[in-house]
Write a protein that binds this ligand. Structure first.
Ligand code: SAH
Length: 199
């Protein structure tokens, strides 16, 4: 799986090494063949949600330029696979999931892997995590139709945020803050589940 991702242009060895180590099949419900779990496509995790395509996980993680001192906010824990990867790269990960059953499973698997620098919240991610802000990096793995400005306000003054944006035609959007200057860049076309507006 990782070799394939490398051929697609992800070059950050730290990200690739971690993806080689984290067992993706553990985050996918029983019934899926283990070999299928290492193919480069999204897979159903129940509740009409999917675990993201490995290449996109790698790409978004690389784009975040994570430092070992970073505090990261993730919206859309889902299976917890992306969370586990972020947790290996950063100091601490704060992850929010709206569906309690998915969150419970993610907590169990991350715990099983002995990863202990993640805090979980069952909430609507639109509010961010007021009490723990600011964050060095923010990643959304569900797609809002417009950029949630409230989340940008929870970024640190050199922060970076990556999100899938749009309804039918989505693309990744990368927002970087450099002191007082905020820049937005439109990136790859993608397809993520929508970010739910109401609980
Ligand atoms: N990174 C995850 C992808 C999960 S899919 C993985 O690899 O498994 C996106 C997740 O976002 C779903 O679990 C969905 O329930 C969640 N989600 C959607 N809208 C949300 C919202 N407003 N707040 C928090 N989570 C949300």
């Amino acid at each position: 799986m990782v070799e394939k991702i490398r051929t697609f242009g992800v070059t950050n060895n730290r990200v690739l090494d971690i993806m080689n180590i984290i067992p993706r099949h553990l985050f996918i419900a029983d019934g899926e063949k283990t070999s299928e779990c290492y193919s480069d496509y999204p897979i159903n995790i129940g509740f009409c949600q999917t675990i993201s395509q490995p290449y996109i996980v790698a790409y978004m993680t690389e784009q975040l330029e994570i430092k070992s001192t970073d505090k990261i906010l993730e919206i859309g824990t889902g299976s917890g696979y992306q969370t586990a990867i972020l947790a290996q790269l950063a100091l601490k990960v704060y992850t929010i999931e709206i569906i309690p059953e998915l969150l419970a499973t993610a907590i169990r698997i991350i715990d099983l892997l002995g990863i202990d620098n993640v805090k979980f919240l069952n909430e609507n991610g639109y509010n961010g995590w007021q009490r723990e802000q600011p964050f060095d990096k923010i990643i959304l793995t569900c797609a809002p139709e417009i950029i949630p400005e409230n989340l940008i306000s929870q970024l640190s003054k050199n922060g970076k945020m990556i999100l899938p944006l749009g309804k039918f035609n989505q693309s990744l959007c990368i927002i970087s803050i450099d002191e007082d200057v905020t820049t937005r860049k439109e990136d790859l076309p993608v397809r993520f589940v929508p970010m739910v507006k109401e609980l």
